[in-house]
Design a protein around this ligand. Sequence first.
Ligand code: NDP
Length: 256
Amino acid sequence: MAGLNVRSVLVTGSNRGIGLELVKQLLGKSNPPQWVFATCRDPEGARGQELRNLVSKHPNLVMVKLDAMNPASIKEAARRVEEQLDGLGLNLVINNAGIFSNVSLAMVDSEEMLGAYKTNVVGPMLVGQAFLPLLKKAAQGSSQNGLSCSKAAIVNISSVLGSIERVHETFSKPVISYRCSKAALNMLTRCQALSYSEDGILCAAVHPGWVQTDMGTQEADLPVDESVRGILAVLPTLSEKHSGSLWSWAGKMIPW
Ligand code: NDP
């Protein structure tokens, strides 16, 4: 099976956690992308330090400012990436940035619900819209038939906690705002897949497992490098028949 073979990839929320590890593993591939765009909210600040260290070692890594809550910052990021690509398209967008709050139905309020929705759903939607012209360009410039992550794709990092069918198994953590936002992200993924397939763009959601990051905590069962190795092994297996679905890091389809 051919591995992921992308010329250019963009990862949101890549200054720590799963996003940072995605960037590290993409750069460490035997056939690394020509361009890795690592976006974060604060490239100049303390939170961007690890990425800045990587940039000094990898000339193909470009840090780009992107706040998923801020539509103007998403548009500006797309402009910056377009400039860097100099007429070429962007193969892969990974919407990884996300927020999580441990709130029950008894505690949650409208501000918490709307904040989660804005970052976890509206952000990925706006990112998809803003980078669509570059993704289309990548698809048009490709000689590959069908849909693939190496050609042109949007991958939304979602969660099994957003699966309605699996809720009875996972409800020990109610996390209402997070669950509802990820269920909406799953719906967005299906709608993106149906809308963008005619442009040659694959759209899929991926559950990374319960991962040892700030969000997942050290109690989680998966080290971040293992989760990301899994994700990067799953992406090249996806084709048009998988577009619009939710996949686990281990390559299993998760029901909506
Ligand atoms: P972390 O909390 O470790 O990292 C979250 C990342 O998202 C940080 O880089 C953070 O940046 C960024 N981010 C948050 N809000 C914004 C915003 N408005 N704009 C731009 N970037 C933002 O989380 P993980 O790495 O664990 O999670 C990554 C993804 O995986 C998320 O979508 C999460 O929902 C999903 N996931 C994680 C699981 C886990 O067990 N860890 C399980 C299932 C899904 P900053 O440093 O600026 O805050």
